[in-house]
Design a protein around this ligand. Structure first.
Ligand code: MLT
Length: 250
């Protein structure tokens, strides 16, 4: 499995990326953390699992950690990365000392969302991922980011351009079939930071509030004027929240 590994300091922070991106989305946060903590960011590979599931992606992460001889982590995930983090927690809870959940939701897909993902899979199979990437570039970042931060849009676009069609199709399949993890939240007793962009239309702040309320030890941070990709839209604010959280629990 491809991964970024930088810095030193324990426990390592493991960062799981959003869809349709890869581990490179975490470079700004890795830069902010790696002078004090080890950061490991895998590029998830649902296309290598049969069938592709969030559980299979969690298993890939666990296997990587075994290979790296890492037995204790702070786990972070943004959006799809959060879905994989919930699966990881379900299977490997003992490894996790702290949790960062960004722009994500514990619930399963609704039938409407599943149908939309099936249509997207058919479109990617027929035309390649370009039209989906363009549509997501318009819908994921906030209006503020779209109007005032062209360099952020360019960075997101470059990340998308590295993602192959088979990953896109497999990740959609995995997300479509993921289970509802809401019932797990009250049992996740490690300190947690929930982060959400104020204008996130996919996993809005109300979902972040619900997670904060269900987790036994959680703090909620809302990133002003950011949308669904808050770590890329306002890295300064996002990174500051993560650093403050890690300082508190380290
Ligand atoms: C993501 O950012 O990972 C995706 O938007 C998640 C989703 O489609 O549910």
């Amino acid at each position: 499995m491809a991964y970024l590994d930088a810095g030193s300091g324990s426990p390592p922070v493991v960062l799981l990326h959003a869809f349709p991106l890869h581990a490179g989305m975490w470079e700004p946060l890795i830069d902010a953390l790696s002078s004090r903590w080890r950061v490991i960011a895998p590029t998830l590979a649902p296309e290598r699992a049969d069938p592709p599931t969030v559980d299979a992606m969690a298993d890939q992460v666990a296997e990587l950690l075994r290979d790296l001889d890492v037995s204790e982590i702070v786990l972070g995930g943004l959006s799809m990365g959060g879905y994989v983090a919930f699966a990881f927690l379900h299977r490997y809870r003992a490894l996790v000392r702290g949790l960062v959940l960004a722009d994500t939701r514990p619930g399963a897909d609704t039938p409407e969302v599943r149908e939309r993902r099936a249509n997207q899979q058919a479109q990617v199979a027929a035309e390649g991922p370009e039209p989906l990437f363009e549509a997501m570039l318009k819908s994921l970042p906030s209006e503020h980011t779209r109007e005032h931060r062209p360099e952020v849009l360019a960075r997101i676009r470059r990340l998308m351009d590295d993602v192959p069609a088979e990953h896109v199709i497999a990740a959609l399949e995995a997300m479509k079939h993921r289970l509802d993890s809401t019932g797990d939240l009250p049992g996740i007793e490690v300190p947690a930071l929930v982060i959400v962009g104020e204008d996130d239309a996919v996993s809005p702040p109300e979902v972040g509030e619900q997670m904060r309320d269900l987790l036994p030890d959680a703090h909620l941070a809302v990133i002003p004027q950011a949308g669904h990709l808050s770590s890329l839209e306002d890295p300064e604010a996002f990174n500051a929240e993560v650093v403050a959280f890690l300082e508190r629990i380290s």
